[in-house]
Design a protein around this ligand. Structure first.
Ligand code: WT7
Length: 635
């Protein structure tokens, strides 16, 4: 029986049972056989969900970049590690071999050292999808600095909040970025953000679009000359298993983003193991995940998981619609992609376009298709299966979260029979359960419940940066001794899970996790706004879109309202980023509230979804009369 690479269904069940019966033995074997350690652990696992405290491989010493780079050099030095496909298809793709990756990461690591960055320091990375993004992440890991990548679509305000929350010393950015036929001046955004970040005293700037930028003396430096002068050797910092590897922010039910902290050894083991199995990665495969490294999907399944397996991982700078809607398929043909991993929102957008965009290209290299970020609806699933996979490539619908570090529920390709809309079975080591609203575990099937995990897995986030109490309250307080995911799910008679969506105040828009609270905070910053509430409603491409109910300080009419709608969205763009813009804005004189003053979002959600026939129990409302007004004016 091979534990590391599962080959058939019977083996999956066997391995799974073992992982539940003897989790420590299971994770010990995998860690022992497939990674490089400077010292092995004293203890595989210590945990207490009440505190909560979770420690994997305590006492072990390692450096993750040795596992992702150095150890492959002997056998795979000239293999492509990172394949960079630029925004413009006429620009040459860049193949970075493992040998080159070693040199370039070391140079970068030495540059950071020269800037005074040491083990444990936080480094903010605000870069587009260019090689420097992956290199800077790995360079931090090489010297034990904690990277905090902020997606380059976030606004200056969102960036400064994140820089300050984790007290980053340095920012790595670029002059700008290409997105389709647009360019974006990233350095300008950084400059604006840094007006509010007194702790940052150095900025490294990569050149990408060759735009004019202002360099602040003594703070800002061009990256390339520093790299050119740096040594290609950099001894890896030897890290403890539980030393933080990175912080990655995700939104939650209050305005402040949560800096999820992932640590070194467990994260490495779990992302490597799941990458190998969920994508059935084989030596000569060319794997492509279309996500941005600014999200957890990119951290785990563009950078760490693939590189730990010595894989070739593609980084794509552009967008699916440029120069036309055939771009993804052109890239699949050009690089003979074997595994293709994307989001339902991209699938739905491309499914709207002419099939000629696909049929022009040879997609026969594809072996596995992946989906991530939100539930994939049946129609999109079939479109993906028929037109991209030609009914030959299994679809792995992978369910997981920023907090989980890696995929928890997913089919294994060619092994698990797939059913559209079902993420299917838990991966080895994962013990999901469903809870009812009273806090009892649901043992029956075909009932919707709240998805929890009963037992720790190696890549679970260990805390929220600077706020362990919030970590405890958010994930470990809803149900005793369980990690609460915030998602609803259904389990069928054979034990397959279907994720039904968030049950909290988080809305997944185009695969992006957006808390309603930060959006409402941004809206309320508008001087004309008294109060607001944001809910989600179904949207055929984005999955969900945002519907805002806004109370103005003074009522106005018509044209004024249209201007206000624009200004409110502008406000959101400035505070968060354009991904959080509202599709619909309804002005109202009140919001339905309980006697304790809580907005009854359930009712607002029903109105936004046009399901006003049955609003459910409204008896606890303080102001039931406002409901009719909202229904009458619904958009
Ligand atoms: C939320 C986590 C994990 C990488 C990207 C998102 C939703 C994610 C699926 C899926 C149904 C999914 C959940 C989850 N989600 N994958 N396959 N089926 N829902 O990470 O931003 O932390 O969001 O995304 O609601 O809780 P994230």
């Amino acid at each position: 029986m091979s534990t590391y690479h599962i080959k058939h269904l019977e083996e999956y069940y066997k391995v799974y049972r073992k992982s539940v019966r003897e989790p420590e033995v299971f994770w010990e074997e995998i860690a022992e056989e497939h990674f490089t350690w400077h010292k092995k652990w004293d203890n595989v696992l210590e945990w207490d969900f009440k505190k909560p405290e979770i420690k994997w491989y305590q006492g072990a010493k390692l450096n993750i970049t040795e596992n992702c780079i150095d150890r492959h050099l002997r056998t795979k030095g000239s293999k492509t590690a990172i394949l960079f496909e630029p925004n413009n298809p006429d620009e040459q793709a860049e193949h970075i071999t493992y040998n080159q990756l070693y040199e370039r990461v070391n140079r970068f690591a030495n540059v950071l050292k020269n800037e005074g960055i040491k083990k444990g320091d936080r480094v903010c990375i605000y870069l587009p999808m260019i090689p420097e993004l992956a290199l800077s992440v790995l360079a931090c890991a090489r010297i034990g600095a904690i990277h905090s990548v902020v997606f380059a679509g976030f606004s200056a305000t969102a960036l400064s909040t994140r820089i300050n929350d984790s007290d980053c010393k340095i920012v790595i950015t670029s002059d700008g970025s290409y997105r389709g036929n647009k360019t974006i001046d990233l350095k300008e955004i950084v400059d604006e953000a840094l007006n509010d970040c007194p702790g940052v005293n150095s900025v490294l700037v990569a050149k990408r679009i060759n735009s004019e930028v202002t360099m602040k003396k003594s703070r800002d430096k061009w990256l390339q000359p520093l790299l050119d002068n740096a040594s290609i050797e950099c001894e890896p910092e030897i890290m403890d298993a539980e030393d933080p590897l990175f912080i990655l922010y995700t939104s939650g039910s209050t305005g402040k983003p949560k800096g999820m902290v992932h640590t070194t050894a467990g994260y490495m083991v779990y992302t490597a193991y799941t990458f190998k199995n969920v994508f059935n990665y084989k030596d000569n495969d060319i794997y492509w995940c279309t996500a941005d490294i600014g999200w957890i999907t990119g951290h785990s399944y563009i950078v760490y998981g693939p590189l730990a397996n010595g894989a070739t991982t593609v980084m794509f700078e552009g967008v699916p619609s440029y120069p036309d809607f055939g771009r993804f398929w052109e890239i699949v043909e050009k690089h003979k992609i074997t595994q293709f991993y994307t989001a339902p929102t991209a699938i739905r957008a491309l499914a709207k376009e002419n099939l000629d965009y696909i049929n022009k290209y040879d997609l026969s290299s594809l072996k596995v298709l992946g989906s991530v970020g939100e539930p994939i609806n049946e129609e999109a699933w079939h479109w993906y299966n028929d037109n991209i996979g030609k009914k030959k490539s299994p679809i792995v619908d992978t369910w997981w979260q920023t907090e989980t570090g890696g995929i928890l529920i997913s089919p294994l390709p060619y092994i698990t029979p797939t059913i559209p809309t079902f993420a299917s079975l838990p991966l080895p080591g994962i013990q999901p359960c469903l809870m009812d609203e009273k806090g009892e575990e649901i043992t029956a099937n075909q009932i919707d419940g709240r998805l929890c995990i009963k037992y720790p897995w190696p890549s679970i986030a260990r805390t929220i940066w600077g706020n362990h109490q919030r970590y405890k309250e958010t994930y470990f307080s809803a149900y005793e001794d369980k990690y609460f995911t915030g998602d609803g799910a259904l389990r069928d008679t054979v034990g397959y899970y279907r994720i039904t969506g968030r049950v909290d105040d988080v809305i997944i828009v185009s695969g992006h996790n957006l808390g309603t609270a930060p959006i409402e905070d941004a809206i309320n910053e508008h001087p004309a706004v008294a109060e607001s509430a944001v809910v989600g409603f179904p949207h055929d491409i984005k999955g969900n879109a945002l519907y805002g109910y806004v109370i103005l300080k003074e009522t106005g009419e018509g044209r004024l309202h249209d201007n206000l709608r624009k200004e409110i969205n502008q406000m959101i763009t400035e505070h968060i980023g354009s991904i959080a813009k509202l599709n619909k804005i309804q002005f109202t004189t009140g919001l339905p509230k309980t006697r304790s003053g809580k907005i009854m979002r359930r009712i607002l959600r029903k109105i936004a979804c046009n399901e006003t026939d049955n609003l459910g129990d409204t008896s606890t409302l303080l102001n039931p009369e406002v409901v009719q007004e909202i229904i009458d004016n619904a958009l």
